[in-house]
Write a protein that binds this ligand. Structure first.
Ligand SMILES: [Ca+2]
Ligand SMILES: [Ca+2]
Ligand SMILES: [Ca+2]
Length: 178
């Protein structure tokens, strides 16, 4: 359901993501029904307390996260700071669905990916190493000059590019609910 919905219009509604079998990203199949139930209660509680606030500010809901797409441009660090001030961070892309969702904005924009610490070792802003990647063919190609990740060729599944972090681009924040 979630996947179909997402494929249809790039959005996933709460009822779909709360359905245990409908959103593999939100509820891994190894989880017991009871765990799923408890997770749902926690999720609903957080959803109710944060929904009004985030939706009023123009954030979008997709598969248990809220997303904010900027209308102005900033450097990668300034973009990240904006997200953090909103209780979020730059987007961490955990699934094919989320990659498609991010591409659906059709915007050249920063994502939460960097190899600033160690050249060539790409990490997400939540500290997790990059496992599944969607680099455009030939990327990353910027060596030590380009240490921040963005979505550039959004018409293709493999849309990522490494860029000079001091470049000004739009950005996308993610606030995870669960
Ligand atoms: Ca994510
Ligand atoms: Ca680099
Ligand atoms: Ca590049």
């Amino acid at each position: 359901l979630c996947r179909d919905k997402a494929a249809q219009n790039g959005r996933c509604w709460l009822w779909a993501s709360l359905h245990p079998t409908s959103c593999s990203q939100c509820f891994p199949s190894s989880d017991s029904p009871l765990f799923q139930y408890e997770s749902n209660i926690k999720l609903i509680r957080r959803f109710i307390t944060s929904t009004g606030e985030y939706l009023q500010k123009g954030w979008l809901y997709f598969c248990d996260s809220f997303y904010y797409m900027s209308s102005i441009k900033k450097t990668w660090n300034e973009s990240r700071k904006y997200c953090q001030q909103e209780g979020a961070d730059l987007v961490v892309i955990n699934s094919r669905e989320e990659q498609d969702f991010a591409n659906s904005f059709q915007t050249y924009m920063w994502i939460g990916l960097t190899d600033s610490e160690t050249e060539g070792r790409w990490k997400w802003v939540d500290g997790s190493p990059l496992t599944t990647s969607y680099w455009r063919d030939g990327e990353p190609n910027g060596k030590t000059v380009e240490n921040c990740g963005d979505i550039k060729t959004f018409t293709a599944e493999r849309s990522w590019n490494d860029e000079n972090c001091s470049h000004s681009l739009k950005w996308i924040c993610e606030m995870k609910l669960s």
